[in-house]
Design a protein around this ligand. Structure first.
Ligand code: UD1
Length: 427
């Protein structure tokens, strides 16, 4: 199992380049199921979750080609043949986003079998809203041997009101609606840029979609979708993580190839903490920290609010800010796994239900820590960058799920970080 060895203390200086968004690429890859033609995706990040999705599609009979050399972030998917419309337990258990194939499979093949996701590190993550939506569109749902089976000769357009805002739920049903008969109106949809990115691909494939990026999306179902080429949005969470890295280390860091308009809530908070943030042109952000941060409260919300996927990283920053910062997690019920490890490094954090109170500034001291989920792990990397001494982060496969070559990128701007063990070595 790989580990990271990080020696803290260096301010990050220079430019760091952001990869394509994992959370956009995953639904876009699933969208390829909707057509017999080739779908070409560019700017696909080379991270473990993408490899998992590739395996998932291949296990269903799809051909997935990953580009090499200069085209290494290009993925070509052909779902001409779908011999087995099943998302198997072995894959779903490692990546919950596998549920994204449910909608497109029923829409295209008339049948989908998806292993039920179990509990997960950041709390129960049910897919009941995906299923309810498909039922409203006329799918017959049954449960057997831990699998959900959905069947429909052709899905029918429907009126869907999400009880709760769900990102992958919105994406799943958007894909299903694209091939349904008649019009689907979805209300209380997620407005995340990843939904808009998927809608752009679907539109390029011939779908008729209005309102993506707002809470009401209208889809006029078409009989057939065709192939398309699409460039994936930059990863706003990776960009945000590097902005915090620049700020926490008191560095002068330019985060390039990102989309500043997707990062409004985080940028606002960084400024409130006393970080100097400058937007340079359309796709770069410069952060400068002079070492005197002050605490600020955050409350995670759906987009355009403060992202839950940045909560853990922000908490690392809050340990280095003067005063108390209240961190409220509204999206997931159990997303404070990083707290214990940060406390072991010297942070003063108390958790009461969904709120953590961070009292700073506390010097951090290097420790051997365990990476739990993806973003908790990113938070530990950030803490280790300012800790006194050499930290060892275990189970970095959790970071490899969503950050492309994070250690190389950070080393390029002056961090002392190295990987021990095989790249992508398993448990
Ligand atoms: C996506 C992101 C994840 C991010 C999350 C919230 C991907 C691949 N993952 O996850 O990185 O942290 O959005 O921004 O894009 N819920 C239900 N029933 C459902 C679906 C969701 O109750 O059928 C609940 C969840 O338990 C959670 C909340 O709704 O409390 C939001 O979850 P959701 O937006 O669906 O998260 P994901 O799409 O899984």
């Amino acid at each position: 199992m790989d580990k990271f060895v990080i020696r803290g203390g260096n301010p990050l200086l220079g430019t760091i380049r952001v990869s394509g968004s994992k959370n956009s690429a995953l639904p876009c890859m699933a969208a390829a199921i909707l057509t017999e033609d080739e779908v070409v995706l560019e700017n696909v990040p080379q991270v473990r979750d993408i490899e998992t999705e590739r395996k998932l599609l291949v296990s269903m009979g799809a051909e997935v080609e990953l580009g090499y050399g200069r085209a290494q972030h290009r993925t070509t998917i052909s779902c001409r043949v779908l011999s087995d419309p099943t998302a198997k337990y072995e894959i779903v258990k490692t990546m919950r986003a596998s549920a994204l194939v449910l909608g497109p499979l029923v829409a295209r093949a008339g049948i989908a079998r998806v292993s039920m996701p179990g509990g997960c590190a950041i709390g129960a993550r049910p897919i009941d809203l995906h299923i309810k939506g498909l039922e409203t569109m006329g799918a017959q749902i049954s449960y057997e041997h831990g699998y959900i089976e959905a069947r429909a000769e052709r899905l029918k357009g429907a009126h869907i009101l999400f009880d709760k805002i769900t990102v992958t739920g919105t994406e799943d049903l958007l894909m299903a609606a694209a091939l349904a008969e008649g019009e689907t109106v979805m209300e209380n949809c997620a407005r995340e840029p990843e939904v808009t990115d998927l809608a752009a691909l679907l539109t390029a494939m011939g779908a008729k979609i209005e309102g993506a990026g707002t809470s009401t999306i209208r889809v006029k179902g078409v009989e057939k979708l065709h192939g398309a080429k699409h460039r994936i949005n930059p990863d706003r969470i990776e960009a945000g993580t590097y902005l915090v890295a620049g700020a926490i280390t008191g560095g002068d860091l330019c985060v390039s190839h990102c989309n500043p308009t997707h990062l409004g809530a985080l940028i606002g908070k960084l400024q409130e903490c006393g970080v100097r943030v400058e937007i340079l042109g359309k796709d770069q952000i410069r952060v400068r920290g002079d070492g005197s941060l002050k605490g600020a409260d955050i409350s995670t919300e759906e987009y355009p609010g403060f992202p839950t996927d940045m909560q853990a990283q922000y908490m690392a920053l809050a340990t280095q800010a003067e005063g108390a910062s209240l961190v409220k997690e509204n999206i997931f019920e159990n997303r404070f796994m990083h707290v214990q490890e940060l406390v072991r490094m010297g942070a003063n954090i108390r958790v009461d239900g969904r709120t953590a109170t961070v009292r700073g500034r506390t010097p951090l001291s290097a420790a051997a820590v365990m990476c739990s989920d993806l973003r908790a792990s990113a938070s530990l990397v950030l803490a280790a960058l300012v800790a006194d001494g050499e930290s060892i982060l275990d189970r970095v496969y959790n970071i490899d799920r969503g950050y492309e070559r994070i250690e190389e990128k950070l080393r390029g701007v002056g961090a002392q970080i190295r990987r021990m063990g095989n790249v992508f070595g398993g448990d």
